[in-house]
Design a protein around this ligand. Structure first.
Ligand code: ADP
Ligand code: MG
Length: 465
């Protein structure tokens, strides 16, 4: 067979296997000879030889036959890449494929004997990050449902699954949970989980060591690829480029991809447009900031599991509710607080009450205080009582205005770190004694006037939201 015949066959292969498969698996093939009906190709690695042999030899053969090449079998020999340190190219014949007269139906994804799943260059999975340990609430129910669906396997319905949300909302937890579940269901499947940072690190290392072929092969032969915190590769051009090709190659093979980021694909600055649009092609779901109910649910679940370790420890009523109320939306911070509380309580050996909680977690509580400004308080209070903002800080003394003004002063005193004189200045230059009087008045009314108490509660919630 002449070389231009192989050139023509390659053209046809490009059409039948697609551009990505072609670039990864067909292009590197070198036709050595056709001898006694055996077409012998050299390939750079045995990994590749196996893969091509299992996945493409029938296609290659049928195209060769169609081009009247007298081949009835294809064979692949390994000729290591020169840069990989082999002194002389050693030829090792690997698996061959018999010609079969009628095309058989191939299995979708043959396993790769060369590289057991355990050897994939992924990151270790946290054994605690399972679906069982994931508390579901309104803010994360969609993300959870999508993750469950992907973990069930079956035909790939959305690709990629793109999970996004702020820090500590459970993205990594859900990804590990998917990986655990898939591995448990089918240990043969090659599931690769890693952070985008690790992806870049491997890529740079492969470039440096001139092992790009291996790199590509490994990443393009997985069944499930999970890349965490993909925003990391924004602005890193060659890593993005490689990620894009890996991504496309896997999508072409109908392999599931799961990506996470701290924001929606379209909002990642420095990410190429073609990648953004690829990422948007599947299912994009976000994890919303936790709400009070979800935080309480998580705290209760964690507290129950700690009780196993510290059976004597008791929580006073209201402690978990207090934490759920006061600590920010980041679940990691919430967990840290609870862990510290348990450790502290086991040292001092007494029931965890509100005082102990506040003492032990003072720094965390302070850090998660939302910074409410006096101006915000004035605005919200004016809206609530339907008065003008200018009246709130103006000189009018009628009760319909003076009372809301006192409410605002009270909230400013309790929700900000401003001193009384500072608050006075923000209320049209009033004296600090006026502010003090207003705060006192509301404190009294709170106990006797349920309307005022309700207003305060509602405004506080509004301002903290
Ligand atoms: P992200 O990757 O979004 O920054 P993680 O998945 O690392 O967040 O979650 C931070 C911590 O909070 C982990 O310890 C995780 O187990 C926990 N966590 C987050 N969401 C939940 C949840 N819904 N139920 C239980 N634990 C959660
Ligand atoms: Mg994470």
């Amino acid at each position: 067979m002449k070389n231009d015949t192989w050139g023509r066959v390659k053209q046809q292969l490009l059409e039948s296997v697609g551009r990505n498969n072609y670039a990864n698996w067909i292009e590197p093939l070198d036709l050595k000879k056709v001898d006694n009906g055996v077409a012998v190709f050299s390939v750079p690695t045995s990994f590749m030889a196996n893969w091509v042999s299992r996945n493409f030899s029938e296609t290659i053969l049928s195209h060769l036959k169609a081009a009247n090449a007298s081949a009835s079998r294809v064979e692949f020999t390994v000729e290591p890449h020169q840069s990989r340190g082999a002194a002389a190219p050693a030829s090792v014949p690997v698996q061959t494929q018999k010609a079969s007269p009628a095309p058989k139906v191939k299995e979708a994804a043959p396993e790769m004997p060369d590289l057991p799943a355990a050897d994939l260059p992924g990151a270790p999975l946290d054994p605690r990050f399972t679906f069982d340990n994931f508390v579901v609430g309104k803010p994360n129910e969609l993300a959870h449902a999508a993750a469950r669906r992907v973990a069930e396997g079956g035909p790939v319905t959305f690709n990629p699954l793109f999970l996004y949300g702020g820090v500590g909302l459970g993205k990594t937890h859900l990804m590990h949970a998917i990986a655990h579940e898939i591995r448990q269901r089918d240990p043969e499947l090659r599931v690769l989980y890693l952070s985008a940072e690790q992806f870049m690190y491997r890529f740079v290392q492969a470039l440096r060591d001139r092992q790009m072929i291996d790199f590509k092969q490994i990443f393009r032969s997985v069944d499930v690829l999970m890349v965490d915190d993909v925003q990391f590769i924004a602005g890193k051009d060659s890593t993005q480029e490689e990620f894009f090709h890996t991504f496309n190659a896997l999508v072409d093979q109908n392999k599931q991809i799961i990506i996470s980021a701290d924001r929606a694909p379209g909002e990642i600055v420095g990410l190429e447009d073609r990648i953004k649009s690829r990422l948007q092609c599947g299912l994009v779901v976000d994890l919303h900031p936790t709400d009070y109910e979800l935080r309480l649910g998580i705290l209760q679940t964690k507290a129950d599991s700690y009780r196993g370790q510290y059976p004597d420890l008791k929580f006073a009523d209201g402690v978990l509710e207090f934490l759920a109320h006061r600590i920010s939306t980041n679940v990691r911070v919430l967990e840290g607080a609870l862990m510290r509380l348990f450790a502290f309580a086991s040292l001092v050996g007494r029931e965890i009450d509100l005082d102990l909680t506040q003492e032990c977690l003072a720094d965390i509580l302070k850090a998660s205080e939302r910074k409410v400004t006096v101006e915000e308080i004035q605005r919200k209070v004016s809206e609530h009582y339907a008065i003008r903002l200018s009246d709130m800080i103006g000189p009018k003394r009628v009760r319909s205005i003076a009372r809301p003004r006192q409410v605002a002063m009270y909230l400013a005193k309790h929700m900000t770190t401003r001193s009384l004189p500072e608050i006075g200045r923000r209320f049209g230059g009033r004296d600090h004694t006026t502010v003090m009087h207003g705060v006192k008045r509301i404190e009294e009314l709170k106990g006797t006037d349920s309307q005022i108490a309700d207003d305060l509660e509602m405004l506080r919630r509004l301002l903290e939201a």
